[in-house]
Structures are given as structure tokens and as C-alpha cells.
Design a protein around this ligand. Structure first.
Ligand SMILES: NC(=O)c1ccc[n+]([C@@H]2O[C@H](COP(=O)([O-])OP(=O)(O)OC[C@H]3O[C@@H](n4cnc5c(N)ncnc54)[C@H](O)[C@@H]3O)[C@@H](O)[C@H]2O)c1
Length: 270
């Protein structure tokens, strides 16, 4: 018997990293999964692996998300869970962000989560309940320099999660968030390859290692399962204890800027 036997689920950003890990773990626990991602081919590969469906969809597009969730719920015969996980990062000083890039980061991370909630709730209400899990970040709880729009969007996801928990708790829908720390994925591969940042992150983590997508996916399974039946409106930090020391991204902006500009803002050393 699996923890999610019979559940019908949507995972956004399901083609890679934490989302792909969640598709695998949720399906291993008995859920049927619809994999949503901007990268439709990669989503299809994950769907084939887990025996689910895939949709190439941009979470910034509210109507496209709604249409895809409607279609997924039709194919699955209902909807019990959605993991609103698609996200993207960016790094610059606040006064140097182009407005378009700032909006893009907020759009994907924050509006993308709301679009998932907006699309999923009618199906869950019709089915008598469900579980929504959103991906926040320790960056939304303890921001680092250089992550302005990302941190702001992730902090807003916490508030949105709490609002949704209040609005739908009485209708059988639980709404929670996971706040990952430093997790090995396509998003963090470039950072882990910078100088000795992998070692730095490892040393900043009390549990002594960089996390894997499955470390988050297992918590998502828990939150979607009946084991979490009395848990709603919560943000579960899953970071190996990193936030007790600060955050992994601390210092990355200065490091990158020094590589690009040199220590005094001049050209990099020869
Ligand atoms: N990796 C970490 O250390 C870490 C830490 C904290 C939070 N997170 C969050 O976890 C989530 C997953 O990130 P990951 O580390 O697995 O990264 P990842 O890059 O491996 O996966 C992100 C996935 O989201 C998809 N995506 C991006 N923009 C999209 C859009 N507009 N519409 C649909 N899909 C889109 C990408 O194609 C990709 O498949 C993100 O919300 C991220 O902010 C990651």
C-alpha cells in the first residue's frame, strides 16, 4: 500500500530537479501524475517514466494553466493534489535589475503558484477536498543579497499559502508549502560549480551535505498524504538545518561581481 494510493496529482516544473523527484516519489506511493513544464519534451519523458500524462505549459499563463489542469483532471478522473513547484532564479543588485527581468522572476515564482491554485481549487471543491503544496524557499524566509525578486516572490508564496489555507480549510482543502534549502538541481548546478561553493554549502549545512530533490519530494508526499491530515497553512523548511547559520546564497553576489568586475569594481585581475 502506498501513501498516495488512488490520488490524482498535478506537478508543475515536473520535468527537472525537485519537480521530477516529486513525480517519481508521488507515483511510487500510488498517485497518478500529470507532469506540467515549460519544457514539454522533458515533461513527456518524465510522464512516460512514471506512467502519467504531460503538458507543455507556461505557469505564467493563467488561462493555459487552467486549460491544462482541466484537461489533466478530465484524464485522471478528478484532482486530489497539486504541487505548485515551477520556479526560476536570477541574480543582480536591486538597482541593476531591468524591470522586465524583475517581473519575469516574480511572474514565474509567484503568479505561477497562484495560477495553479486558481485552476486546481474548483476540481478539489467538486471532489470534496484535496491538498495543495507550494514551493517556497529559505530565500523567502532569510534572503541573501542579489535575490531581490526571487526572495520577495518566495516570501509572498508563504502569505498566499496561508490565505489559501484559511479560505479552503473548511472545504476540505489543505494548503502548505515546502521551503527547500540548497538542493542539487539544474537551478543550482552553476552555483555548485563556482569555485569551492559546493564545499561552502556543505559546511553551512548542519546535516553535512547538499540536499537532493528526493529530500523535498518525500516531504511533499507526506504533506499530500493522510499522515498530514491535520496540517494546513504551514511552511516546512527542508534544508538540513542550513538556515540556522544563514543561507547558502550568502556571498554569491559579491563572489560573482568580483569575478566580473574585480575587487574594487574595476576590470577582473589578469
Ligand atoms: N534547488 C534549490 O536549491 C532550491 C532551493 C529553494 C527553492 N527551490 C525551488 O524549487 C523549485 C524547483 O526548482 P529546482 O531546483 O528543481 O530547479 P530546476 O531548474 O531543476 O526545475 C525547475 C523546473 O521548472 C520549470 N519551469 C521554469 N519556468 C517555468 C514556467 N514558466 N512554466 C512552467 N515550468 C517552468 C523548468 O523548465 C524546470 O523543469 C523552484 O520553485 C525553485 O525556486 C529550489
Amino acid at each position: 500500500m502506498g501513501l498516495l494510493d488512488g490520488q490524482r496529482a498535478v506537478v508543475t516544473g515536473g520535468a527537472s530537479g525537485i519537480g521530477r523527484g516529486a513525480c517519481r516519489r508521488m507515483s511510487a506511493e500510488g498517485a497518478r501524475v500529470a507532469v506540467f513544464d515549460l519544457d514539454g519534451d522533458a515533461a513527456a519523458a518524465v510522464a512516460e517514466e512514471v506512467g502519467g500524462f504531460s503538458f507543455g505549459v507556461d505557469v505564467r499563463d493563467a488561462d493555459a494553466v487552467r486549460a491544462a489542469v482541466d484537461e489533466a483532471a478530465g484524464q485522471l478522473g478528478g484532482l486530489d493534489a497539486i504541487f505548485n513547484n515551477a520556479g526560476t532564479g536570477s541574480m543582480a543588485r536591486l538597482h541593476e535589475y531591468e524591470p522586465e527581468e524583475f517581473r519575469r522572476v516574480v511572474d514565474v515564482n509567484l503568479h505561477g503558484v497562484w495560477h495553479g491554485i486558481r485552476a486546481a481549487v474548483p476540481h478539489m471543491l467538486a471532489g470534496g477536498g484535496g491538498s495543495i503544496v507550494n514551493t517556497a524557499s529559505i530565500s523567502g524566509i532569510r534572503p541573501s543579497p542579489g535575490e531581490g525578486p526571487y526572495s520577495a516572490a518566495k516570501a509572498a508564496i508563504v502569505a498566499l499559502t496561508q490565505s489559501a489555507a484559511l479560505e479552503y480549510g473548511g472545504r476540505g482543502i489543505r494548503v502548505n508549502a515546502v521551503a527547500p534549502g540548497a538542493i542539487r538541481s539544474a537551478m543550482t548546478t552553476p552555483l555548485l560549480g563556482l569555485g569551492d561553493w559546493e564545499q561552502t554549502w556543505t559546511e553551512r549545512t548542519p546535516l553535512g551535505r547538499v540536499g537532493d530533490p528526493e529530500d523535498i519530494a518525500d516531504v511533499v508526499v507526506f504533506l499530500c498524504s493522510d499522515l498530514a491530515r491535520y496540517v494546513t497553512g504551514q511552511v516546512l523548511v527542508v534544508d538540513g538545518g542550513m538556515i540556522l547559520h544563514g543561507a547558502g546564497i550568502d556571498g554569491v553576489l559579491d563572489y560573482v561581481m568580483q569575478m566580473l568586475e574585480g575587487p574594487a569594481g574595476g576590470p577582473p585581475p589578469a
